[in-house]
Design a binder for this molecule. Structure first.
Ligand SMILES: [Zn+2]
Ligand SMILES: [Zn+2]
Length: 279
């Protein structure tokens, strides 16, 4: 399994920290989790074509997680190259209405011409695909929001999308090889519906995940020691993501494959601290 964080930020522009998006390659399928603004472009930069994507899983209908669904569906409608591969978009209740409203707003330019588009609204469930499963749980956020877990060949990756502290994210992340959690605001500036570094550490500790990856950093973190807060509760592997931080999960371990294009690390080393801790 290969995992690439395409956007480690939020709706607020920040170099190296773009709106949410995660690419997962599992058992030969190409999956996209969330599609915040610019995800289509960063997917291309990560070496993946939009025409390869099999399934898109949206956590919720906030702009920083789903706006590029518009860009993607519009691009796939352009005559060349021709897409024939079916595409399924999954998300919480309201997905179909969202699509209809967006399609109407853009004068029906999101409708597929050469491929089959399926919209699938999910509740809490486990779906079996070709050699892998996807499990969903409701998160605690200001709008209906799902967290996802991907399991294949004994490996587990869980992704919170946006959430506050809840039992479901601990359940999703239980024993995960990679637990990708949002981390929006410092401890001292907690906002309901989102996590702080200390809360992220507590969830990771409770879930006993093997590797915690934090993402969705608001610029308010500039100069803030995230790592120290996480370490109060969690001593396992920890990565503070930036755009294009990627991971490979093979038969033995998860390891960070490094930033796959030059972005961030040398440009803004202080926001937030990026070095992977190998403890
Ligand atoms: Zn949100
Ligand atoms: Zn968000």
């Amino acid at each position: 399994m290969r995992v690439v964080v395409l956007g480690a930020g939020t709706a607020i522009p920040a170099r190296g920290h773009s709106p949410a998006g995660i690419y997962v390659n599992v058992r030969g399928e190409h999956l996209l989790f969330d599609a915040g603004p610019g995800t289509a472009q960063r997917l291309h930069q990560a070496g993946v074509s939009l025409w390869q994507i099999d399934r898109i899983f949206l956590t919720h209908a906030h702009v920083d997680h789903c706006l590029d669904l518009v860009s993607i569906l519009f691009a796939l409608r352009i005559p060349q190259p021709v897409r024939t591969k079916p595409l399924t978009v999954y998300g919480p209740r309201g997905l179909t209405r969202l699509y209809r409203q967006l399609n109407a707003a853009f004068h029906r330019w999101l409708e597929p011409r050469t491929y089959r588009l399926t919209l699938s609204e999910l509740d809490e469930t486990t779906r079996r695909f070709h050699g892998y499963t996807i499990t969903t749980r409701w998160m605690r956020h200001s709008t209906p929001a799902l967290g996802y877990r991907i399991e294949a060949q004994g490996k587990r990756v869980a992704y919170s999308g946006d959430t506050d502290v809840c039992d479901n994210i601990v359940r999703l992340g239980r024993g995960a090889d990679l637990l990708i959690l949002e981390c929006s605001h410092p401890d001292e500036r907690k906002i309901a519906g989102h996590l702080t570094p200390t809360e992220g550490g507590q969830i990771a500790s409770e879930a006993r995940c093997k590797h915690l990856v934090l993402t969705h950093f608001y610029p308010v973190f500039r100069g803030y020691d995230i790592r120290r807060r996480v370490r109060r509760a969690y001593q396992g592997r920890l990565t503070l993501a930036q755009d294009f931080t990627s991971f490979r999960l093979d038969g033995f371990d998860s390891h960070q494959a490094g930033v796959i294009i030059g972005s961030g690390r040398n440009v803004h080393p202080q926001y937030p601290t990026q070095e992977e801790d190998h403890t």
